[in-house]
Design a protein around this ligand. Sequence first.
Ligand code: NAP
Length: 550
Amino acid sequence: MVEKKPEDEKNVFWGSEVEKNLRIAFDGLPNDVPVLLFTEGEGKDVLNGAARELLRNFNGLSKRIVLSEFDLNSEEARKRNVTSAPTIIFDPDRYCVRYLGVPYGEESRTLVAMILLIGFRTGNMSEQSRRVIQKLDAVREIKVFVSPTCPYCPDQAVNGVKAAIERPDVVSLEIIDIQSNQEMANRYSAFSVPQTFANDILIARGAQSEELFAASVQKLEQQSVFIPETEAEVIETDVVIVGGGPAGLAAGIYTVRSGLGTAVIERGALGGQVATTPIVENYPGFARVPGKTLVDILVSHALEYVQIFQGEEVVEIRPGAPIEVLTSRRRFLAKALVLATGANYKKLGVPGEMQFMGRGVSYCATCDGPLFKDKKVIVVGGGNSAVTEALHLHNIGVETVLVHRRNSLRAQEHLAKNIFSNNIEVLWDSEVVEIRGRERVDEVVLRNNRTGEVHGYPVQGVFVSIGYEPSVELAGALGLELSAEGFIKHDSHHRTNIAGIYSAGDVEGGYKQIVTAMGQGTEAALSVFEDISHPYWSANRDEPGDVLRI
Ligand code: NAP
């Protein structure tokens, strides 16, 4: 065993600002965080080398992080039943928390959160989640499958860490990077991330709010609704914005700058669809920027102004004065509400799609693409998303074929021409009529809609990229009027048919670009400000607004 001492010299691994903030955060920890790293093949293997470099750099940040390194063939590895490398064990005298793989990329957020939570020895769960986890009366062995390119994964992994710290007597956790543990991902048929198992039962596909995670772990099955107990915390504010994508975050910046108290509530990852867009080339001011980088810039700007309640799901909205917004964790009372709930992936609706979801059928190339390296996949669709996803998969070494139901692409010419210059095969006039397989996808059945010919086409993955459907569950439950296409009806001030409730972004339909969503969020915020200071529904208003001009 080699015990590492924190290094004094400047650490060049981090950007200077990130390094400074991490040092401050870790030095403030009240307890040491013992970290045991198991690797093999000193200097030879990329993943093991990356794990060593990453953890040695973390070790160098603070004396609170106490790193011990072992070989996979050591006595310590046998004693702790470590069978793969790299494996990282955290504070094993107190908790049962392991990371199988390298927590880099998006997963570095999980690593930072783990160190902080373990250093404070707190799960830092909400009161609602804690009550559920405290009810556990039997062992829960949790496995969360993640990938370093998945922006949704850290939230779910950290949910697991919190539960393992809250109930170390019954909860154990393994966070498993699918790229370095493909055999295990195969065994669990986990071909999308995040996927969560408890006692080997699949309890969640995708990231959950902390409360839904806790309930799923307790009940050993996926839960979709969590209603908080009556004494949930109450927050009074001027404006509640539901949705933390470009529209919601832009709206938040503008309402706060107008002097209105504002809460943004986002159940999943911030940034919406942009967070998983590999490269954005049409955001003015940035010629080429990874979607996630754009989101990080936007979120840090928004956080300078607005409080964001992330990982919290809105379960009910009660119109009135005030408007009541009930989440999985608390109750908000507000004068105005902006619904910027965005859109969900559209499904193909063919046999096999639901059965193989997460087992070869995917809706996110950024998240799941690395699992299909050197394998053959199809991307279905002919729009900007399908073309962007096909190019991304091709660039990371996935054998990619685009399947489109017409004989020309809908995507912008600038994007479309890259398909041909990269020699990506396109199957024209082709529709997927079925997805087949045993444990996972083995083939799709394609029909040529010109000739009527139907044939099986062997592939290991199907990336569905055929557009989005507006997320209008909350709007529907509220009684908001929707257009024939299912979008929220609104006037030119983004007001809906219910006083005090506004809409913005993809949930309104229209062009569905990042900049247009931000513009709609901005307009909605300015309308909220004008209406709060001079309400359009008040009888004394001089000039009534144009209501429902659609
Ligand atoms: P989209 O533009 O609506 O394109 C959807 C594609 O899927 C179309 O080619 C459509 O075929 C096909 N499709 C729809 N239903 C299908 C089905 N059941 N079976 C087979 N194919 C089906 O959607 P998107 O590409 O996801 O883009 C959504 C919005 O985001 C657009 O406004 C787009 O411009 C924007 N976006 C922009 C960028 C960018 O600018 N870089 C990137 C991504 C998205 P048809 O052509 O036959 O209708």
